[in-house]
Structure formats: C-alpha cells, structure tokens
Write a protein that binds this ligand. Structure first.
Ligand code: SF4
Length: 338
C-alpha cells in the first residue's frame, strides 16, 4: 500500500534558499565543456557548439509542452502532468514512439530555446494549466540546462514537484547533482541484455548503467509517497515496457528489481509497444505484444510479490502514440493506466 502524506515542499526550494542550488548549477554546467553529462562521455565542448552522440549543444531543445493526462494516475492526477519534452536523445531506440522529436536533430534545431524560456514553460504549466507537477521527458542529455532553468524559475514562483522521466541511461555523477532537486524519478527499465540494448538502442552497456542509475535514484527518493489526492510527492516509479518475443527480458529485470532494489518499489507494467519508427526493420519487433506475452509478465509481477503500481489496458498501443506536429496537444489518449 502506497503511504500517504501531506503536500510536501519540493526539496529544490530549500536548496535554493541555502545557495546550494546555485552551487550545483555551476558545477554541472561546467561539465558541458568536456561533456560527460550522460554515460556516453563524449568529451565534446558543448559550450562552443561541439556536438556528441545526442547532437545537442548548449541551449535546451524543447519539442513540446503540454498537460499530459496519459501518465500513471499518481503523475497525471485530475489536472494533468506538466510535461516538457526535450528534443534529441542519448539513445537510438528503433521503436521510439517519440521518434519525431528524439531522432531528428536537424529538425529539432529550430526548437532551441533560452534557459529563461524553459523557466517560463514551467510557470505556464504550473500557473496557467494548473498541472500537478513538472515532468521532464528524456532529460538525460540536458541535465545542466534543466537545473539552470529551475534555478531561474524559483524566484519566478515555481513550487511544483519535479519529475525526472528517463530511459535510465543516466550518469551517476549527474544524478548525484539532482539529489534533493528531483522529487519523483519515473525510470525505464528497458533491457536485461546488452545484446538487445546494442541492437535496438545503440547502447553497449545499458544493463549495468540503468541498474546502477535506478539504485541511485531509489537511494535518493525511496518508495513512492502520495498526497491525500493520490498524487506523487516523492519516490521512484519503475516503468517496464513489455516487448514482443521477450526482448525486454522481463523476468530478469523484474527479478533484479525485487532482489537489488526493493519488493516494495512501485512498478508500471506497460503494454503500449507499437512497431513504429524503424522497428519494421527488425522481424522480432514487427507486431504489438500478444495477450499471452502480457499475461506472462503480469503473472510474474504476482509471483515476485510486486504489489505497488499499475498495469496498462492491453489495447493501448495506438492510444499512446503521440503526434508531435501538434506541439501543445501531442496526445489524443486519456488516462488508461490502471
Ligand atoms: S549528453 Fe550528449 S554529448 Fe554529453 S556525453 Fe551524453 S551523448 Fe555525449
């Protein structure tokens, strides 16, 4: 059972008052000059426009800003999650449902904004749309820009909890800078085998990196805590997208989660896989998942004693596909995670 609490003050406000937020911002911003912001450690100087694997320079690329009603109930609530989609990515998933913005750096160049504009986006989501939180999607390659914008947004009135919505291919050093700034980690656990990470996401060490990152996130925020309305205030939620033909290694990944993180961890078991983008080139990824495949994973959840979290309606593979040509309304679905 998920513990409930009164609405908590997000930790970044105290860090701002003590000057620690400014100190953290300076430290992580300096790392852009030899970029090791994510585990790729490209070593490029993004401050002078050099580009590494993520094709991202000094300014944040913001591809969409909206109230999202299709996240987990504790994230979307009744008023929506204030979602900010960063453009580009440090992975290259062949089945990426956000491929319009994550895998097309030339087109995203026009979406570069100032830090001040990013701060204004947060205030828009908080004050004009009334969202429950600020939800940064695919932030791993833009952590310094995100933190700098939070520093700027606090005196403008920002007070919502921050959600870090990540593939989990994150640097431990970068995550440590986020300790106390992020209230909720919404972290993917994609593969249990580096063979599939390499083939499907162009990453050679996903398993070790993501597992270490998730342990770091859990050590910072612990189990999910919600307020009286059931809205997440703090904690870790692990998302596991079931892939066809057991390519996600569900048994291995969820067993690891129970053994090396906690059986009390909150999980979101997702059935929304759809063969978009380049998935049609991989015969094993050509279809949505079957009822038998999803049932196998839900039985496993029971077997492992994972009691906290959500399962997704099975018929969701189309509902969840965003269209980023509609920047303020990329999603047509309502909340279907139960
Ligand atoms: S954030 Fe981008 S440039 Fe920096 S290490 Fe990662 S992929 Fe390379």
């Amino acid at each position: 059972m998920t513990p409930r609490t009164k609405v908590m003050e997000p930790g970044y406000l105290a860090l701002y008052r003590t000057g620690e937020l400014e100190h953290r911002t300076e430290a992580i911003w300096a790392r852009l000059s030899y970029c090791d912001i994510c585990p790729r450690e490209c070593g490029v100087n993004r401050l002078v426009g050099e580009l590494g694997f993520c094709h991202s320079g000094q300014l944040p690329v913001i591809s969409a800003v909206c109230a999202h009603h299709g996240e987990e109930p504790a994230i979307s609530g009744s008023r929506g999650s204030g979602t900010i989609f960063f453009g580009n990515c440090n992975l290259r998933c062949v089945y990426c449902q956000n491929y319009q913005i994550s895998q097309n750096p030339e087109a995203q160049q026009s979406k570069e904004v100032s830090i001040h504009t990013l701060a204004e986006h947060m205030l828009y989501l908080q004050d004009e749309l009334g969202c429950h939180n600020i939800n940064f999607v695919s932030p791993s390659h833009f952590v310094p820009q995100m933190v700098q914008a939070v520093l700027e947004a606090v005196p403008m009135g920002l007070r919502l909890p921050l959600v870090y919505n990540t593939s989990s291919y994150d640097s431990i050093l970068s995550l440590q800078e986020l300790d106390g700034i992020i209230s909720v980690y919404l972290a993917d656990l994609r593969y249990a085998s580096n063979k599939w990470g390499r083939k499907l996401s162009q990453v050679s060490d996903y398993v070790e990196r993501a597992r270490t990152a998730i342990q770091e996130m859990y050590s910072q925020v612990g189990d999910l805590v919600v307020d009286d309305e059931g809205i997440a205030q703090r904690g870790l939620i692990v998302r596991h997208l079931v892939l066809p033909n057991r390519l996600a290694g569900s048994r291995d990944s969820l067993t690891w989660l129970v053994r090396d993180v906690s059986p009390a961890v909150t999980v979101s078991i997702m059935s929304q896989y759809s063969p978009v983008h380049r998935a049609s080139r991989i015969p094993l990824l050509l279809r949505t998942i079957s009822l038998a495949e999803y049932s196998e994973v839900t039985r496993l959840v029971d077997e492992l004693g994972l009691e906290n979290g959500w399962l997704q309606d099975r018929d969701t593979s189309k509902n969840y596909l965003p269209d980023f040509t509609k920047e303020r309304f990329p999603f047509s679905s309502t909340n279907k995670v139960t």
